[in-house]
Design a protein around this ligand. Structure first.
Ligand code: RIB
Ligand code: CA
Length: 333
């Protein structure tokens, strides 16, 4: 349990009230699977607190035709072929697509040998689905959970600006500040791939919780933790161990660490147990001009600019509690 200093108490209010079972939290997961995306999706599908309205795929770690297929593979791995998966943006708003096969493998889900999905991809364009759902659901009840480049979210905000006041919260994995970047010295991958989309989201006025590298780099897939998934002895547990063993090798070689950072599940874990995390409200701006620092998230942690505090930026995690939650929940699938 992270010591919740007074200024962090705010997060208690941000999460759902505990004790009596709150109503299920409606979420849309926007994703570019990606092994860490896959674990985030599994956590969401295993958690009764959450109602996954739909999953929207975006180009990122690998091209769209693979991210949408991978999302369907993970739903079937979870035993949830009824989940609706939609395909969205095939490329960023302005810049050319940059992918990360060196991290995730050519399929984007290297590690386990998962079968081709039988469940169908939804016909509807993901951006239209996001807009339609936000306009149809009760205002202020749907949380967006972007785990990849923010292209789909930005396109939805452009297509229908009225959704900005209807979104309950955006809880996203992206950015970095004290930790620097992972794709350049300055920028984290999701923001780097589509900095223009990130700027639209950060300026949207929607309440944002941001999981940057500063917190995800404290959630390492140590060997003992990967073993805990394997020891579940289930299809999901073994596949998760195989995904993580492939996914972590790139960062282990780069950082010389035991395990790699498990980024995306931090988003879903915050929805379930916000007390595992702490940070503070800050202004976050993004570089969209300089090639040197393109996609850098400039976090005003010490409030020196006077710019509006547009995001709650997480910096600490109870990583033992985080992995205990993951193993317990994935053990239910
Ligand atoms: O920088 C880490 C992020 O980029 C994660 O979301 C990972 O899946 C990749 O999309
Ligand atoms: Ca991702």
């Amino acid at each position: 349990m992270v010591r919740a200093a007074p200024e962090f108490k705010a997060f208690e209010k941000l999460g759902e009230s505990r004790g009596i079972m709150a109503a299920k939290r409606k979420i849309i997961i926007d994703t570019d699977p990606g092994q860490d995306d896959a674990v985030a999706i599994l956590l969401a599908l295993a958690s009764p607190e959450l109602d996954v309205l739909g999953i929207t795929a975006v180009a990122g770690n690998v091209p769209l035709k693979l991210t949408e297929k991978n999302a369907r593979k993970i739903c079937e791995l979870a035993g949830k072929p009824e989940v609706k998966v939609y395909a969205g943006a095939i490329r960023p708003l302005v810049r050319a697509l940059v992918t990360a096969e060196e991290v995730h493998g050519q399929t984007g889900l290297n590690g386990p040998d998962l079968p081709e999905p039988k469940m169908k991809l939804q016909e509807q364009y993901a951006v239209d689905y996001i807009v339609e759902t936000l306009m149809a659901e009760e205002s202020g009840t749907v949380t967006l959970c972007p785990l990849g480049p923010l292209t789909n979210i930005a396109l939805a905000l452009i297509r229908e600006p009225r959704i900005a006041r209807r979104i309950k919260r955006i809880v996203l994995m992206g950015g970095g500040f004290f930790e620097g970047g992972n794709v350049t010295p300055a920028a984290e991958f999701n923001i780097y791939v589509d900095p223009h989309a990130a700027e639209i989201v950060l300026k949207s006025g929607v309440p944002i919780v941001m999981m940057p590298l500063d917190v995800t780099h404290k959630a390492l897939t140590k060997a003992t933790r990967v073993d805990a998934f394997r020891k579940l002895g289930t299809k999901v547990g073994v596949a998760t161990a195989e995904m993580l063993e492939f996914f972590e090798r790139f960062d282990e070689a780069k950082y010389g660490s035991d395990g790699g950072p498990l980024h995306d599940p931090c988003v879903i874990a915050w929805l379930i147990r916000p007390e595992l995390f702490s940070g503070r409200e800050c202004n976050v701006a993004v570089e969209t001009a300089s090639e040197l620092t393109m996609g850098m998230t400039v976090v005003d942690w010490w409030s020196v600019t006077g710019r509006p505090k547009n995001a709650t930026v997480m910096r600490e995690i109870d990583h033992d509690g985080f992995f205990a939650l993951l193993v317990e929940r994935l053990g239910r699938l």
